[in-house]
Design a protein. Structure first.
Length: 580
């Protein structure tokens, strides 16, 4: 049994009635953020997810940590201010996953969009189109203002056509100007969700976490769960938080509190193998308006180009995938924006899609549904002695602030006091992260000397895992960091062994989709997957039949949900089932 799993098994074996104060159902970023916050305050929490930590909506964002420039035109100034603050805090608290992203906005007119923007600001249900230079300049100035608290990045720049085309030479010459402002991107959002859960477990030995665990029953305040290995347990919480995202309404119904809170929309993205595009972006994102008025984006992500996103009403989070018509839309959009570059389907390496758990709304356009959050409460009733707080809406960037608001509500209800703010609390591998270039170089040299790896390798692992890299390299294992995975030469057998033993892995998919970025980077081959599976099987004591099933499940998930078929040479694109 793995070290972390053994520790948790012991905690579960000692669990007694009344030990758990709060149960959190759903381990996406909102649930995980709340779990960490409450655990830090000394509240005994149990977080449960029917799948893996961070495997739902939180695994399908645009991978941006942003202040929400487009929310200005709907008048959501409080949300923009909070988002910009949380972006700035994440750049400090999770520097191993979050980094600054200069963003270019192409501008196609000088005056257009002002009347439509004013109508939207005052409640119109028609989204503005063709935002002109004057409108964008005002928006960027406001964006700088709202991002001034804990500022860590430069203010925006406004560029006339000639200068804008020098910055972005492949952008269509139809632009009249351009703007550059600064947001941030997150390289490993799924991993950060796990780190939040792990931080909570380390902060409070009375807290518990269970992935691949389902709610079996809710009877007179007693919640019974069953894990994938068949182990069942029950708790009697004082309060339940429903953080199930798109599944919130289903979970509330199971708890005896039916309601219609969620009106989700699907957001899809694709990854392109396009080195020329990545080079031309020069570390920038292009945030642009497609021909139909929808906002799109393209930027370099781990060596590929990420393009997104759609915003389509959808209510089936278990079977969501990027469809062929969405891929056509993305290709056409970037082809129109960057006419001197070639774009085709053969460049698509990966696709993904998720449901945004937005509040139920009658807005005529999905883009006008608020991305703000709320936490409605269902008070206790006969047969259900605990209140239920549902986490509705929100977005990746604001998870910490949302968690803090809900944690304060929970603390008040439990008559407990906040011990510590999470505003300056580093996450996972961001703890003790070397900040300046000299400090970073010193940390890397020290680890290289202690472990015998090359300087470049220590640097690479610091970027991937933060300061957790030191523990990985010092991990006693039958594997070496020099043993690399076939097709994924930047990943070693030692890394995989650490993850399998220390990071609450239940399935092989947990490793390749969430604890690492192997799948989305397109680094897997069939042989490489077998090697990763063999390492996990040894650590987790899987027999040959279990290992074969785990490999088959990963291959199926790649094909069904991500448009990818594994071969001995690598991954190639597969059309969605509807197109075959």
């Amino acid at each position: 049994m793995t070290d972390m799993a053994a520790d948790l098994k012991q905690r579960f074996s000692q669990l007694q009635d009344g030990d758990i104060d709060v149960v959190i159902l759903g381990a996406g970023v909102n649930g995980a953020g709340l779990f960490r916050d409450l655990s830090v305050q000394g509240i005994n929490c149990l977080i449960v997810d029917k799948s893996d930590f961070g495997s739902g909506t939180s695994a399908a964002p645009s991978r941006l940590i942003h202040g929400g420039l487009k929310y200005l035109e709907t008048g959501e100034f409080r949300l923009v201010a909070q988002s910009a603050l949380e972006r700035n805090l994440l750049l400090k608290n999770a520097p191993h996953c979050v980094e600054a992203l200069p963003t270019f906005v192409p501008i196609f007119s000088w005056m257009r969009g002002i009347p439509a923007a004013l109508r939207t600001l005052f409640g119109s249900t028609t989204a503005p189109r063709s935002r002109g230079a004057v409108l964008i300049k005002i928006g960027l100035a406001l964006y700088d203002f709202f991002g001034s608290r804990n500022r860590v990045m430069p203010r925006h720049r406004f560029l006339l056509k000639g200068r804008a085309l020098k910055e972005m030479p492949h952008v269509t010459r139809q632009i009249v100007a351009g703007g550059i402002y600064y947001d941030a991107k997150i390289s490993r959002p799924e991993r950060l969700v796990y780190e939040l859960v792990n931080d909570g477990l380390e902060a409070n030995k009375g807290s518990l976490a269970a992935n691949t665990t389902t709610l079996v029953s809710s009877i007179d305040g007693l919640l019974t769960f069953r894990r994938s290995d068949g182990y069942a347990f029950s708790v009697r919480p004082k309060l339940v938080v429903n953080a199930a995202g798109p599944w919130i309404d289903h979970v509330n119904a199971a708890l005896g509190a039916p309601a219609h809170l969620i009106g989700g929309t699907k957001g899809s993205h694709i990854l392109l193998d396009h080195p020329e595009l990545v080079r031309s972006l020069n570390g920038h994102m292009i945030y642009f308006e497609a021909d139909d008025g929808r906002i799109c984006l393209v930027y370099g992500y781990l060596g590929q180009a990420l393009v997104g996103s759609t915003d389509i009403p959808c209510d089936d989070p278990d079977n969501v995938r990027c469809e062929e018509h969405e891929i056509d839309y993305f290709i056409d959009s970037v082809r129109s924006l960057l006419p001197s570059l070639r774009f085709d389907r053969d460049q698509v390496t990966y696709s993904y899609s998720g449901i945004r758990p937005l509040p139920a709304s009658d807005a005529s356009s999905p883009g006008l549904i608020s991305r703000d959050h709320s936490a409605p409460v269902f008070e206790p009733q006969p047969g259900r002695p605990f209140p239920i707080i549902s986490l509705v809406g929100g977005k990746w960037t604001t998870f910490r602030g949302f968690a803090e608001e809900v944690a304060d509500t929970v603390l008040t209800r439990l008559q407990r006091n906040r011990k510590q703010s999470t505003e300056r609390l580093a996450i996972g591998g961001g703890r003790d992260f070397p900040t300046g270039s000299n400090e970073r170089a010193s940390w890397i040299r020290s680890i290289a000397v202690k472990t015998g790896v090359e300087i470049s390798r220590a640097d690479e692992l610091l970027s991937r895992y933060g300061t957790t890299a030191a523990a990985i390299l010092a991990h006693p294992s039958d594997y070496s960091d020099n043993q690399r995975i076939t097709g994924a030469q930047r990943h070693s057998a030692l890394e995989i062994d650490w993850i399998a033993r220390q990071e609450l892995v239940v399935h092989l998919s947990d490793i390749v989709f969430r604890r690492t970025t192997l799948a989305i980077e397109g680094l897997l081959t069939i042989q490489g997957l077998r090697e990763i599976g063999a390492i996990a099987a040894t650590a987790l004591k899987w027999d040959a039949q279990r290992l074969a099933k785990e490999i088959d499940d990963v291959v199926m998930a790649l094909s069904k949900f991500h448009g990818q078929t594994l071969t001995e040479e690598g991954a190639r694109r597969t059309a969605s089932p509807a197109a075959r």
